[in-house]
Design a protein around this ligand. Structure first.
Ligand SMILES: [Zn+2]
Length: 174
């Protein structure tokens, strides 16, 4: 770990402590060359295995991009989307596994997205659950309206919305 001030390659650890409920280690260091102090964080990398087999580090930013696409034209704001991405990361990290599939990441997004915006949820679900027909949408909408009774009177309009965008969002980038 190079010193961020002088780039020297060696430093002395002054203090180590657990951070993020034991999922990370924070170290206070002192540069051997210039003596200045800096802090490093060490945590296990959470790896996402894509359908193609490619492995990449988990990215909360990517989740936000995917969810924002699904929320296009919907009232969900950036703060809500950022909070959703954070809760997805917490859910996945709480599983305590070093690797997850991109499909599992998608599934972890579905539940909080359903609470955030039902139309965005249906768009997202149509990709992740491989909806192929009107019947798939109808089944999903039936399960939505069978859930906590919120607003079921404007259902036909919302359904129209979903069908319009279905096909325009073939990939959510995850
Ligand atoms: Zn230095």
């Amino acid at each position: 770990m190079r010193c961020p001030y002088c780039r020297y390659s060696d430093s002395r650890v002054l203090d180590s402590r657990e951070a993020d409920e034991g999922r990370a280690i924070r170290r206070r260091r002192s540069c051997v060359a210039c003596g200045r102090r800096f802090t490093t964080m060490e945590e296990a990398i959470l790896v996402v295995v894509k359908r193609s087999g490619v492995r990449e580090p988990f990215s909360r930013a990517k989740i936000e991009v995917g969810v924002r696409k699904a929320c296009q034209g919907r009232p969900a704001d950036d703060d809500a989307i950022a909070a959703l991405a954070q809760s997805v990361e917490e859910t996945i990290r709480a599983q305590g596994v070093p690797e997850v599939s991109s499909h599992d990441v998608g599934l972890a997004i579905l539940r909080p997205l359903r609470d955030l915006d039902e139309v965005a949820y249906l768009r997202f679900a149509s990709v992740y659950k491989n909806f192929e027909s009107l019947a798939d949408f109808e089944r999903e909408i039936a399960s939505l309206t069978a859930g906590p009774p919120e607003s079921s009177q404007d259902q036909p309009a919302r359904f129209g919305n979903v069908m319009q965008t279905n096909g325009k969002v073939p990939s959510l980038g995850l």
